[in-house]
Design a protein around this ligand. Structure first.
Ligand SMILES: [Fe+2]
Length: 159
């Protein structure tokens, strides 16, 4: 994920949009995590499900971010609108820390489950999950806005 310094970054809007549309398993897993975290009783009864869902979310995010970075973002040989360059670099740079947080949440869930620490698993962990989901959705909203503006407001490659 190293940046070739000074090369402007832009997005392949059509690819990014399609990737987000076809990745239904990721959004479904995210919905399931959110639903479970909103139901303390279910979480106690199905604590292993939460552990498995968080591990699945981590793996799906790794694939999603890798695909986005491989085909959705690219260094442009020519000029790019400075606003596009700035936003694209900022959003792309969020992938690594988001993945690390997903990974950490999955590891913590697994450890709490192994230690049979129900209080941590069902009361403390969901707070971190909630914050993570909010930040992930904010990242997605940022990319969706960039896609929309690239497709419909013709920001992107400068003349
Ligand atoms: Fe992304």
């Amino acid at each position: 994920m190293s940046d070739r310094i000074d090369r402007p970054v832009t997005i392949n809007a059509a690819f990014l949009q399609e990737l987000k549309e076809v990745n239904q398993e990721l959004w479904q897993t995210l919905d399931n995590v959110r639903a479970l975290c909103g139901q303390p009783l279910s979480m106690r009864l199905h604590s292993r499900s939460l552990v498995d869902l968080l591990a699945r979310l981590r793996d799906l995010l790794a694939m999603h971010f890798a695909l986005e970075e491989a085909f959705g973002y690219f260094h442009h040989a020519k000029e790019v609108e400075p606003e596009m360059d700035r936003s694209a670099k900022q959003l792309r740079a969020q992938h690594s820390p988001l993945y690390l947080r997903a990974s950490e949440l999955a590891d913590r869930a697994e450890n709490f489950w192994r230690e049979r620490d129900d209080a941590m698993l069902t009361a403390v962990l969901p707070v971190g999950v909630d914050q993570f989901v909010r930040d992930l959705l904010q990242h997605e909203a940022g990319e969706n806005e960039l896609i929309y503006r690239t497709l419909y407001e013709s920001i992107g490659v400068a003349d």
